[in-house]
Design a binder for this molecule. Structure first.
Ligand code: ZN
Length: 370
């Protein structure tokens, strides 16, 4: 319906669209919240070990995880824990949003790995390294990231880590010039296919609507940041051995791009990463205890991909509303840090709003209200 003449019709259609937008927002929030809680539960073992001693937890995870059969790297290196790197990342995450967030929480959904004391961590633990023992560790090597790239790619990711860690803030503030700069200067060098995919993404107007609206992208990004806070670095070491830091940076680079790409480039890459993880996980009956956490991390990746599509649908609805000159309420603007704090503070069920119970943990595919 283009330019409805009657004010009553405009009001009615505006209300209808506002309702539809609320439902769509609720859908992706429920999806992400549920997957986030699930991951928090299964990370318990990793969390406890990290709290005891992060450097040792990292080293042990690298040994016992998915390092591929030619695990010679373990015989040649005394340590795989890059203390300086993780200290740097911890400081960056602590400063995110400019607020001081120092108190650690005992609640699984609020615990942050970087709030554990890292200053005393030696870069070399001195513990004897052993080759990996994990059965399913053969299909893929994640040592240079999940995509079988090379050492130069890992080095370039490390070099660009400040820009990669800052990417969510660029999206949250809708800084189009900085986003374009990141795409052309940083992403083009690291991952040219993805940069090209983003440049040619079909529905740029949807991205524009979402950057204007802010709220939907902000919530999605807040869940992403909460997940990265909840995942101790030893999880990446379990998957990637010496490539733990590369894998973390790769995930942090790829995930926000899902929001910026309405085409398939970023989604295909995220899907491939998910499949590689699933492939190494093997049969559920043979899971080692840490594998359940990796399985739930895989589910979370899938749900971020689906939720990004739902956010794009919100953008399409907003674009329709604009074309029809409807009068939509604008959510108040906020910051990433404030949104993360609000999600942590809100103990209600994301499905029904009750404060008597928390959000149910849903299995993949069950969040479908079509
Ligand atoms: Zn409920």
């Amino acid at each position: 319906m283009k330019n409805p003449a009657s004010p009553v019709a405009v009001e009615l259609l505006s209300k209808e669209l506002a309702h539809e937008l609320e439902e769509q927002r609720g859908l992706f929030i429920l999806r992400l919240h549920s997957a986030f809680l699930q991951l928090g539960e299964s990370l318990q073992l990793f969390r406890e070990l990290w709290q005891d001693d992060g450097a040792i937890a990292y080293q042990v995870a690298a040994e016992q995880g998915w390092n591929p059969p030619p695990t010679k790297w373990l015989r040649f290196r005394r340590s795989v824990f890059e203390g300086g790197f993780w200290q740097d990342v911890a400081e960056t995450l602590a400063q995110r949003g400019g607020t001081s967030q120092t108190a650690q929480s005992a609640q699984p959904g609020e615990w942050c790995w970087w709030k554990e004391p890292l200053s005393g961590m030696p870069s070399v633990t001195g513990i004897k390294l052993l080759p990996g023992r994990h059965r399913g560790a053969v299909q893929h090597s994640f040592i240079h990231g999940a995509f079988g790239k090379h050492e130069t790619y890992s080095a370039a990711l490390q070099e660009q880590r400040a820009a990669i860690l800052a990417l969510p803030t660029l999206l949250a503030s809708g800084d189009r010039a900085a986003i374009a700069h990141f795409r052309e200067r940083v992403l083009s060098a690291l991952w040219p296919d993805l940069a090209a995919g983003l440049r040619d993404t079909q529905h740029q107007h949807i991205i524009e609507e979402l950057l204007n609206e802010q709220d939907s992208m902000l919530t999605w990004l807040a869940y992403m940041e909460l997940a990265f806070d909840a995942i101790p670095p030893s999880v990446y070491a379990y998957i990637a051995g010496t490539g733990g830091s590369t894998l973390m940076l790769e995930l942090r680079l790829l995930l926000p791009l899902l929001l910026l790409d309405t085409g398939s480039s970023a989604a295909d890459a995220a899907s491939e990463l998910q499949q590689r993880l699933e492939c190494c996980l093997g049969d559920e009956e043979e899971f080692q205890p840490p594998d359940q956490a990796i399985a739930d991390l895989t589910t979370l990746l899938l749900q971020f991909r689906r939720a990004a599509n739902e956010v794009h649908e919100i953008g399409a609805l907003l674009a329709d509303g604009r074309a029809d000159e409807l009068d939509l309420p604008r959510p108040a603007r906020s910051t990433l840090a404030a949104r993360m704090a609000a999600i942590r503070a809100d103990k209600s069920c994301r499905e029904c709003g009750s404060t008597e119970h928390s959000t149910p943990l849903l299995t993949v595919g069950t969040v479908n209200y079509e």
